[in-house]
Design a protein around this ligand. Structure first.
Ligand code: PRX
Length: 659
């Protein structure tokens, strides 16, 4: 019996049958180690269609600004759609869309090609040209993918803003990217009810000074929305009438493909910039190898939202470049019932499921009786992303989902392998992950870098640590899918990732440890970034939102341990003079953060405190607050200006929030 105690020494080798038919082979590691750049050049040429071949693989002469596949030209939308149709695979399903209310749509690659061409023509008719930025604020519907690919086709740079973000968050991202067009929807469905987007766009654009000329709106639900004359247009009035002919232009390998904002250690989100050739190579190769993709027979499903990097790389660009058939689902896993995920797996005979540890833990909480009612025998690879997966959840995923052979049937002798994938918005694609069919997997560990990627764990001086030791995770060589910068902010790019160890080592911001076998275990962020349900949130961003409330003088935010969401936001605030808590202020402040940033940032607890723990030089000691939020011993408070304050805060935390 595997228990979590022996997780570190337990491994699950692939079955002989799986290994014999696996897409990835152990030779890939050897080839990549022998000649890393040659390996990536081969992968780029054999996986993508280039209009012009590249003449050089990597130019790192202006480090940390990388260029990959120099001189090469290609079109991401052609790679993701047209070429599959040209190769006679137009009838293959690209997308099985499952709406939350139960409506469905199926789009083949041939239909996707027409849709993308129409949208590309429509965007051009609205004045969008190569290099322009298009903000995408959409639910999980096929038009979102069509929009991204239509942008890529014409060389416009999309900036997808997660539909759960507030009007303010949308506005700051639209402003930073100087978007010309916003593509949105009236709304979507969430937990059985309409959930609106367009009103947030209206609010975001209500103040002058933005660059948005047009707003294109997909109709998804029946709610009324207001329209601004001359600015807002319905998708159904503009797109369907367009021609399905659109001749694409090839773009330089380094042409910007998209910007995606992510939280950093300061309040202002960073616009992570990705370009075309390298990003497409790494996402397509890792999507194929990490998930053992056999596109002619598989039905792949990634449950992420397209508003995050996982959706960009492993719903849009990787899978479609590989000609995969995939499922996309609009809604929440518990609507209309807690078996919805498994019902979808059963219905479409999903073969690969890529999801987040937080969702697995939620399903564990709901109980195995729910998945046990469904036939999940089609599943043959399971993937996780977003945070470290604890061994309990890993083993549950394997035993309850990966071994499911249908209701009342004996479990599978060889459960589906689990691939725990470590990567970031910045890395573009998988960096550390086992290869199914090759690696003997280990519960809770992401294990080894993927072929062609060189990572290390180093101490504060940049020296590699040994087995059994922990340190900071770094990437030791440039990689094709790496970010090319922070949009409009080269200094911040250098400072954030390349100042700690110079341009020799990319600083990922994660702590990690080698076990005695040399496998890598991720240990969470080492900076002021929290990970709530696999979503990155900055403590500073939430603190700024709190102090923007009239009642708050000062705020300190920490990530506390949470059994389901990994971490939870806990905020400590000092009130301004004249304000008193009437008993409802904590709830008001939680909702205030929700409105300012979005539901994912809503604090689990807000504690009103008389003072924050500060050193004599005025620095807030978040470490002590984190201990209190976790219900741990306060720790050494001797350097505080007022050492007694922590006792008071700990006492309040215990009485008010029970920890
Ligand atoms: O801390 C790591 C954690 O998520 C961070 C990246 O967040 P983001 O850019 O939003 O991308 C999430 C999806 C790729 C990392 O710095 N993280 C991501 N995957 C894992 C992980 N931590 C441990 N194990 C993982 N598999």
């Amino acid at each position: 019996m595997t228990t979590t105690e022996n997780a570190e020494t337990t491994t699950f080798p692939p079955s002989e049958e799986f290994a014999a038919n696996a897409v990835a082979t152990a030779e890939k590691y050897e080839a990549a180690t022998a000649d890393r750049l040659g390996y990536w050049a081969d992968q780029a040429r054999s996986t993508l269609s280039w209009d012009t071949d590249f003449s050089e693989v990597l130019d790192w002469s202006e480090a940390p600004f990388a260029k990959w596949f120099i001189g090469g030209e290609l079109n991401a939308a052609y790679n993701a759609v047209d070429r599959h149709v040209e190769a006679g695979r137009g009838d293959r399903v690209a997308i099985h869309f499952e709406g939350e209310p139960g409506d469905t749509r199926t789009l083949t690659y041939a239909e996707m090609k027409d849709e993308v061409a129409r949208a590309a023509n429509a965007f051009e008719s609205l004045g969008v040209t190569k290099g322009d930025r298009v903000a995408v604020y959409m639910p999980m519907i096929p038009e979102t993918i069509v929009t991204m690919l239509a942008c890529a086709r014409i060389g416009a740079v999309h900036s997808v803003v997660f539909g759960g973000f507030s009007a303010d968050a949308l506005r700051s991202r639209v402003d930073d990217a100087e978007a010309k067009l916003i593509v949105t929807a009236d709304g979507s469905y969430r937990r059985g009810k309409p959930s609106m987007l367009k009103p947030n766009v209206d609010e975001a654009l209500s103040q002058p000074g933005h660059t948005v000329e047009k707003v294109l709106v997909v109709k998804r639900n029946e709610e009324e929305v207001s329209f601004t004359e001359g600015r807002d247009l319905w998708w159904h009035d503009v797109v369907p009438g367009q021609s399905t002919e659109h001749s694409y232009v090839p773009h330089d390998s380094e042409h910007p493909l998209f910007i995606l904002y992510t939280s950093g250690t300061t309040g202002k989100p960073k616009g992570i910039l990705h370009t075309t050739g390298g990003y497409l190579t790494q996402t397509a190769v890792t999507h194929r190898d990490s998930f053992d993709l056999k596109p002619e027979q598989d039905v792949y499903w990634c449950s992420a939202d397209v508003g995050w990097i996982t959706g960009h790389s492993y719903i849009v660009y990787g899978p479609m470049t590989n000609g995969a058939t995939q499922v996309i689902y609009e809604g929440t896993p518990d609507t209309p019932h807690k078996g919805r995920l498994w019902e979808i797996v059963q219905k479409y005979k999903v073969t690969q499921l890529y999801t987040a540890p937080t969702l697995i833990r939620t399903c564990m909480k709901w109980g195995r009786e729910i998945p046990d009612q469904y036939d999940l025998s089609s599943l043959r690879v399971l993937g996780t992303v977003g945070e470290a997966i604890n061994p309990e959840a890993w083993l549950w995923f394997r035993e309850v989902i990966g071994a499911n052979n249908g209701p009342g049937k004996e479990p599978k002798e060889h459960p589906a392998p689990i691939v725990d994938t470590w990567w970031q918005t910045e890395t573009g694609g998988h960096m550390i992950a086992p290869l199914p069919g090759v690696t003997a997997t280990k519960p809770g560990s992401a294990q080894t870098p993927v072929p062609g990627i060189e990572v290390g764990i180093v101490d504060e001086m940049g020296e590699e640590v040994g087995r059994g030791e922990s340190g900071l995770l770094v990437v030791k060589e440039p990689w094709p899918g790496m970010l090319r910068g922070i949009y409009n902010n080269p200094e911040r790019y250098k400072d954030t990732y390349w100042s700690r160890f110079g341009t020799d080592l990319y600083f990922a911001g994660d702590g990690a440890r080698y076990d005695d076998d040399g496998d890598i275990w991720l240990m969470g962020r080492v900076d002021d970034v929290m990970n709530v349900s696999g979503h990155r949130l900055s403590t500073t961003e939430i603190e700024s939102a709190l102090v923007a409330h009239e009642s708050v003088a000062e705020a300190a935010v920490v990530g506390a341990k949470d059994a389901t969401t990994g971490e939870a936001v806990v905020a400590f605030v000092i009130l301004r003079g004249g304000y008193e808590d009437d008993g409802s202020l904590e709830e008001t402040l939680r909702n205030h953060v929700r409105a300012e940033i979005g539901p994912i940032a809503k604090p689990r607890n807000v504690l009103i405190v008389p003072e924050l723990p500060k050193t004599r030089s005025g620095k807030i000691m978040r470490r002590l607050l984190k201990n209190v939020a976790n219900g741990d011993e306060v720790g050494d408070a001797s350097t505080l200006a007022d050492p007694t304050i922590m006792e008071k805060i700990a006492e309040d935390m215990r009485t008010k929030h029970g920890s």
